[in-house]
Design a protein around this ligand. Structure first.
Ligand code: NAD
Length: 419
């Protein structure tokens, strides 16, 4: 297992790397490297057997200079204060990279949701929503799904908020089911931006995606949809995929839809009949492929593993899958890394469209959602490349942070220093 880099330190290092090319004063930078406020709470919830479960939960509001705080809610045993801080900071720079009018936030509960019944998860989620109620709102802080949360949890949070506020406010949360005010295209959005950025990067490098081999680590929402779109829209060959149970491999390719159907049925990708062999996650990450899509959790690739990576391009569907050390190694050997704050920004971009539709009470066709998404993502990719070439930056990540930091700094300076 790779070293456990502290994700908050990774975020701060990424900001420092970009700021070094911009001449930002340290005191100004300090504010942009730390959250504005963090809620830490212990949720006490009655469990099905009558006992009381206590669950630590967090919400970090990192920076609101460009608009309401925005970011997901994660349910995972490894959720920690530093992880939530890091994830909320990445949201600030992600929203600025794709130029949508939000700041950044993130939340989470320390829990393994597989150990609880649906009724218990509903009570836990509603308890969290009750704690969050004073700090969230359509114009204040707008949560969304993240690892192990989805439409079901978003609907519960919306209902809890609306009931307590005695109003209807579907824009208080995004990633809802369609009948609860969700947007068409939201479920596919993160995988779609991963595919779009890979397409743009291959074009920029003069490489052909239709003859490319692809390995995907983490076959959940982001990873499986990226794989399906790369296969369906671009004829790429998905040679390996994995989840927390391990990986599967077939040099001639597996069918992305078929593997997902198998995982939905059995709970994991391992055991899939179309594979020629099974792999560990580390073996998958070091396969000789054209495109590697890490789509699981942070710190999947550290310095040692990075030295073994043979992919030409990495599209970070997950948040923070490379440690900063790994980034240095990959920059050195000219592996092109499409950074998370662009590659997976489709999720928050379509969340923004969902919020716009909720505010207008007017809903778009899926084709319009996908067209607007493509416009934002391709525009952001072009801004990144322009900055990368103009400043002669070492890698795409630094370019994305420079673009984003310029936008956040500008809003911060325009707002002034009060109180
Ligand atoms: P998900 O829960 O749907 O899928 C995660 C997948 O990763 C699961 O298949 C799980 O089995 C697998 N996994 C967990 N640990 C693993 C390990 N050690 N090795 C291999 N696989 C492992 O979650 P998701 O929504 O797809 O999110 C995945 C990543 O994408 C996270 O980093 C998340 O923050 C990021 N992301 C998601 C969205 C979104 O809209 N869903 C948006 C932006 C970023």
């Amino acid at each position: 297992m790779p070293e456990d880099a502290n994700p908050f330190e990774s975020l701060q290092e990424q900001i420092d790397d970009a700021a070094a090319h911009m001449g930002v004063d340290d005191d100004v930078l300090e504010r942009l490297k730390n959250p504005e406020r963090i809620l830490e709470t212990n949720l006490s919830v009655e469990l099905d057997d009558g006992s009381v479960g206590v669950f630590r939960a967090y919400r970090s509001q990192f920076n609101g200079d460009r608009g309401p705080y925005k970011g997901g809610i994660r349910y995972h045993p490894n959720v920690s204060r530093d992880e939530v801080k890091a994830l909320s900071g990445w949201m600030v720079y992600k929203c600025a990279t794709v130029d949508i009018p939000y700041g950044g936030g993130k939340g989470g509960i320390v829990i393994d949701p597989r150990e609880y019944s649906e009724a218990e998860l509903e009570r836990i989620t509603r308890a969290f929503a009750t704690e969050l109620r004073p700090m969230i709102g359509e114009d204040r802080d707008i949560p969304a799904p993240d690892v192990n949360t989805g439409q079901r949890e978003m609907n519960w949070i919306k209902d809890t908020y609306e009931t307590l506020e005695n109003t209807t406010a579907p824009g208080v949360i995004t990633g809802k089911a369609i009948d609860s005010g969700g947007s068409l295209g939201r479920v596919e959005a993160t995988g779609r931006s991963t595919m779009l950025t890979a397409r743009e990067a291959f074009e920029y490098l003069g490489k052909d995606l239709s003859s490319a081999t692809v390995a995907v680590q983490g076959y959940g929402n982001a990873g499986s949809i990226a794989a399906k779109l790369l296969q369906d829209d671009h004829d790429a060959t998905i040679v390996a995929v994995s989840d927390s149970s391990g990986g599967i491999y077939n040099p001639d390719g597996v069918d992305a839809h078929d593997v997902k159907a198998f995982k939905n049925e059995t709970g994991s990708v391992t055991g899939y009949g179309g594979a020629t062999e099974e792999l560990t996650n580390e073996e998958l990450l070091t396969l000789d492929v054209d495109l590697l899509v890490p789509a699981a959790l942070e710190n999947a690739i550290d310095r040692d593993l990075a030295a073994e990576v043979k992919a030409d391009v990495i599209a970070e569907a997950a948040n923070g899958p490379l440690t900063p050390d790994a980034d240095d190694v990959l920059t050195e050997v000219d592996v092109i890394v499409i950074p998370d704050i662009l590659a997976n920004a489709g999720g928050v971009t379509v969340s923004y469209f969902e919020w716009v539709q909720n505010r207008q009470r007017f809903y778009w066709a899926e084709s319009r959602v996908n067209e607007e998404l493509e416009r934002h993502i391709v525009g952001a990719f072009d801004d990144l490349v322009e900055c990368y070439e103009e400043l002669g930056l070492p890698n795409f990540r630094t370019a994305a942070y420079v673009v984003a930091l310029r936008r956040v700094l500008s809003a911060s300076e325009e707002a002034g220093r009060w109180p």
